[in-house]
Design a protein around this ligand. Structure first.
Ligand SMILES: [Zn+2]
Length: 244
């Protein structure tokens, strides 16, 4: 089974976005099947220049992806979006990308996403008024019935932040789930982006059903530098759960 890691997971451990990729190679290189390049600032994403080292590492992995920048973005037929799409295509050409993931509240025109030339996943969102309509399993079920082109990236802790147990997403969306953002939230109200192995037994029990899908997981916690080494344990945990 495929286990990938988001560059966001190591963002507090190094200075630059390029260093995040180098850091993942150094610390977890032999252990993962992919990297998700996650940069929230559009300008920072556009200025990312992969060096030879990063290209050769990423090229060796079968399941890379990219998370679309969010800050100030409204994806549709506009110049800003076109620039991001072009950058995604450039990265795809260099290292190979399985898909790009978008937060649907930052999409103005879903048809425009079909022109990207890459697989596109739509992600469920955490709690908050501005994210309404993109939080519950049934909302996505309806969306995908009308828009079968898109894949679904199930973010575990976004769902839990809305008080929705992962098993509800698994039973409602099932095979429609393309990949999983693996992270945990203890209680509804705030998306905490914790590691699963660093969560309570109760939270862990709630998350276990996602491994039954045997879909790729992208480890996506928000970690202080002191805890980054635990990612290794998270990878081992995911692999063990896939086997059981
Ligand atoms: Zn996510």
């Amino acid at each position: 089974m495929l286990v990938s890691i988001s560059t966001g997971a190591v963002r507090h451990s190094v200075e630059t976005k390029l260093e995040e990729i180098h850091f993942i190679e150094k610390e977890f290189g032999g252990l993962v099947d992919g990297v998700e390049i996650c940069i929230m600032e559009p300008e920072e994403f556009l200025s990312l220049q992969l060096d030879e080292k990063a290209v050769s590492f990423l090229k060796s992995l079968p399941y890379n992806s990219v998370h679309a920048p969010l800050k100030g973005m409204g994806y549709g037929k506009n110049e800003k979006a076109e620039k991001i799409f072009a950058k995604m295509r450039e990265i795809n050409k260099k290292v190979g990308l399985h898909h790009a993931t978008f937060h649907p509240n930052h999409v103005h025109n879903f048809r425009a996403l079909k022109t990207l030339g890459l697989g596109v996943c739509i992600e469920n969102l955490s709690n908050g008024k501005k994210r309404r309509g993109w939080q519950k399993p049934n909302e996505f079920k309806k969306f995908f019935e009308k828009n079968p082109f898109f894949g679904f990236c199930f973010d575990v802790n976004h769902g839990m932040a809305n008080g929705i147990e992962p098993k509800k997403f698994v039973s409602t969306l099932g095979e429609k789930i393309t990949c999983i953002h693996l992270n945990a939230t203890e209680s509804a109200g705030h998306a905490s982006h914790n590691l699963v192995i660093d969560s309570s037994r109760k939270a862990q029990q709630k998350i276990l059903p996602v491994f039954g899908l045997k879909k790729p997981v992208i480890i996506e916690p928000d970690l202080e530098k002191e805890k980054v080494h635990l990612i290794k344990k998270e990878i081992e945990f995911a692999r063990k759960m896939f086997k059981s």
